[in-house]
Design a protein around this ligand. Sequence first.
Ligand SMILES: Cc1cc2nc3c(=O)[nH]c(=O)nc-3n(C[C@H](O)[C@H](O)[C@H](O)COP(=O)(O)OP(=O)(O)OC[C@H]3O[C@@H](n4cnc5c(N)ncnc54)[C@H](O)[C@@H]3O)c2cc1C
Length: 470
Amino acid sequence: MAQVTASGAALFRWIDGALHFLAVESRLHRGYWGLVKGRLEAGETVPQAARREIAEEVGLRGVSFLPGFREEVRYRLPSGDDKLVIYFLAAAGAGEVRLQAEELADYRWLPFPEVCELFTFPEAGRVVERAVRFLEAGRGGPPAGRESIAGHALRRPHAAALDEILGRRLDVLDDGFVRVVDYLGNDAAIVQAARVSYGEGTRRVSDDRGLIRYLMRHRHTTPFEMCELKLHVRAPMDAWRQWIRHRTASVNEVSTRYSIAIDAAQATPPAEWRTQAAGNRQGSGGLVDRSVGERLSAAEADLQRQARQVYQERLDAGVAREQARKDLPLSTYTEAYWKIDLHNLLHFLALRMDDHAQLEIRRYARVIGTEVVARWCPLAWEAFCDYRLRATSLSRIETELVAALAAGDAEAGMSIARAAGWLAQRTAEPGRLARNRERAEAEARLLALGLPAPWGDGSGGKGRPAAGVD
Ligand SMILES: Cc1cc2nc3c(=O)[nH]c(=O)nc-3n(C[C@H](O)[C@H](O)[C@H](O)COP(=O)(O)OP(=O)(O)OC[C@H]3O[C@@H](n4cnc5c(N)ncnc54)[C@H](O)[C@@H]3O)c2cc1C
């Protein structure tokens, strides 16, 4: 079987600020629309043939071929011969189209993607799509002064669901809130940025959700930095003190040197006083008995009242605000504008929505995550929940343990734990495991995977070890 070779071009032109492509209709097969193309003549190179076909079929001379673009399309002709068409990308210039009447019946300049809908065969649409991506990736365009390469003037991305709550106070704790003041970008802005960087690879990760999930899985983080969020926050100073440790945000906080401190302090209800955690020096355990809580809440109210009164007395006596504030409690509310990009916001949420974070800041983080980010960039939020927030990452030791336990080999699991130094016994109580934080965390992770640790009862190292523990 013979091979027929032809060449042609995706011819583009800017019309009213938008990128248009030329589609032509065959005279022999009326209703068949495609790109300009024709067979190679004897002694011609492929680009020479494309240039000649453009001049003959549509009367355009002096078109500019963009180096680096070449797209091959192969198909079988009714005769049984194989046909190869090599397409180039060419700027058509301003010349008038003059059709070769024997070959072509009509032509149209259409923007992408409308032009693809006109083409009779999808191959022509794919060539144009590749051409648009090629231009979007900065190879060959855009000409100076053009706003958009994709055929449409750029519109400011927005998230309708977030617009609905813009400026609305989302309550947190007894008198705190977060309020979206402004934002930049949305899921599409993440995709748009990623596609520039992937260029041709975009074909393999073509849909937006798939691409965002891919980026999140592989920690390709910069596309998420294309989105920014500005919040107005009101939080008690102890939570704010933790919040402000996130250095990648821009912050402007109310100044208690300049202004009088906010006359509000976070009050803990009697049922919400927490005991000190036994295993974690930083965290809380259960709840303090309600009767004790009543007393603590009353004492707190007294203290806050008195602190405010002393502060006011100092102000009334003419003391400078910067000095008068020194004995205000950490429960006093402060307010700030806080601006951060989505990548760093997700890092903040990963740390501050985690069970290890203090409950008060966790409440803020939960509202920001579930009420704001979920509305703003739902695909990124879903991917974040799947791959970070609710994901489990396993250490090398844990991975080996899971493999052993999943294969039903408890003895191998014991050996791995022993080699890791996890099964040492208490000197004072032989037969009981010594405290080991890494082991305790691994036990919790194994339990969540339905694989109880073989060396004990999963009680954080406090239970009786199974036989074989050294
Ligand atoms: C549960 C919990 C307990 C904590 N306990 C304590 C504590 O006891 N004491 C304490 O002081 N803090 C504590 N922190 C605060 C913690 O150490 C971090 O300061 C805080 O979480 C901010 O994290 P970050 O630095 O990753 O975030 P960001 O400041 O937003 O930074 C984001 C990332 O940018 C990079 N980065 C930013 N600035 C720099 C820099 N200067 N140099 C290099 N890389 C940089 C880092 O990769 C960083 O992870 C605790 C935090 C949590 C969540």
